[in-house]
Design a protein around this ligand. Structure first.
Ligand code: SF4
Length: 283
C-alpha cells in the first residue's frame, strides 16, 4: 500500500532519484532550511489568528505566537543565507503576522465551520485512489465567500508572487480538490467551487497578497491527476528511480539535499536509517 501526498508527487516530478532517497530510504538532512522554519512559524501565527476569529475568541498577540514557534523550529542546526539572517527573518516575520489580519479581512472570506463545530484549519484528509494507492493532504484552510462558495486556500510564504497560471496547474491544489470532494460528507459540503494560493511575500516590507483563485478542477483534470498518481505508483513498484539532470538552466541538482550522495556517494550531513544503508549500494 502506497500513500501519495502533494510533496511526494512534486518530488517525483522533480527527480525520481530524489524521491527514492527521501521517501523510500527515508534519508533526512541534519540541517534545517531557514525558509522551512520561517514558513512554519508564519503558518502557526496565521492559523492561530484564523482560529480565534472563527471561534469568536480574542486574538492573541501574533508576534508572540510567531516568536514562540520560530524558537521551537530553530532549536537545531539551521541553514541561513546571506540575505536572510536570523535577525532579518525575525523582523520580517513580526511585520508579516501583523499585516495578515487586515489582508484576511479584506478578502471577505470566512473559514468553513465543519459539522463537528470546528473551523476547517490545518485539516488532514485522506482518500483511497485504489485498493493499493492512497492520497493524503494537510490543508491550510477551507473558506467560504458570501455566495456560499467553498474555496480551498493554501497559504504560502514566498520570495515572489506566484504566476497567474500556477493555480490552474498546481498538483498540490488538484490533490486538495480530490481530497475535499472525497470527504465532502465529513466536511458538510456539496462540492468545491474554487482553489488558490494566498502569498505572503518575504520582503523587507512584507506584502500579503489577496488570494488568487481559479475554478475547481474539472472531472477531466481530476482524472488526469489520478492517472499520474497510478504512474508514480508503478514507478515505486518497479523500482524506477532514474536521475533527472534536465538542461543546465533548470537542473535540480544544485538545490538537492542529496547531491553529494547522488554524485559522489558522500553521506556527510545526512541522517540515513541503519536498515536502509545497504540499499544505497544499489541506488
Ligand atoms: S543530485 Fe540531481 S539527479 Fe541526484 S537526486 Fe538530486 S536532483 Fe536527482
Amino acid at each position: 500500500m502506497l500513500t501519495l501526498s502533494a510533496n511526494k508527487i512534486i518530488t517525483a516530478d522533480t527527480c525520481k532519484r530524489m524521491m527514492y532517497y527521501r521517501y523510500i530510504l527515508g534519508i533526512k538532512t541534519s540541517v534545517k532550511s531557514a525558509n522551512l522554519a520561517f514558513g512554519s512559524a508564519i503558518d502557526t501565527a496565521c492559523t492561530t489568528y484564523l482560529y480565534a476569529i472563527s471561534m469568536g475568541l480574542s486574538v492573541p498577540n501574533l508576534e508572540d505566537i510567531f516568536l514562540g514557534k520560530w524558537e521551537e523550529e530553530t532549536d537545531c542546526e539551521i541553514e541561513y543565507t546571506v540575505t536572510k539572517t536570523p535577525e532579518k527573518l525575525v523582523d520580517m516575520g513580526k511585520k508579516m503576522v501583523n499585516l495578515f489580519p487586515q489582508a484576511w479581512e479584506k478578502s471577505g472570506l470566512m473559514i468553513l465551520v465543519m459539522p463537528d463545530g470546528g473551523p476547517a484549519l490545518q485539516v488532514k484528509l485522506s482518500a483511497q485512489l485504489s485498493d493499493t494507492l492512497g492520497l493524503v493532504g494537510y490543508l491550510d484552510l477551507i473558506a467560504m465567500n458570501d455566495d456560499g462558495e467553498i474555496i480551498i486556500i493554501d497559504l504560502k510564504t514566498a520570495a515572489a508572487s506566484y504566476g497567474d497560471l500556477f493555480a490552474w496547474q498546481s498538483d498540490q491544489l488538484t490533490s486538495y480538490n480530490i481530497l475535499v470532494e472525497a470527504n465532502r460528507h465529513t466536511l458538510g459540503i456539496d462540492a468545491v467551487n474554487k482553489l488558490g494560493f494566498m502569498c505572503l511575500l518575504k520582503k523587507v516590507k512584507p506584502v500579503i497578497e489577496q488570494p488568487k483563485l481559479v475554478r475547481a478542477r474539472s472531472s477531466q483534470e481530476n482524472a488526469e491527476f489520478r492517472s499520474k498518481c497510478f504512474d508514480i505508483e508503478r514507478d515505486f513498484q518497479q523500482g524506477r528511480f532514474h536521475k533527472a539532470s534536465r538542461h543546465a538552466f533548470n537542473n535540480p541538482c544544485d538545490l538537492c539535499n542529496f547531491k553529494q550522495l547522488c554524485t559522489f556517494g558522500d553521506t556527510e550531513g545526512l541522517i540515513i536509517p541503519e536498515d536502509k544503508k545497504p540499499l544505497l549500494q544499489v541506488a
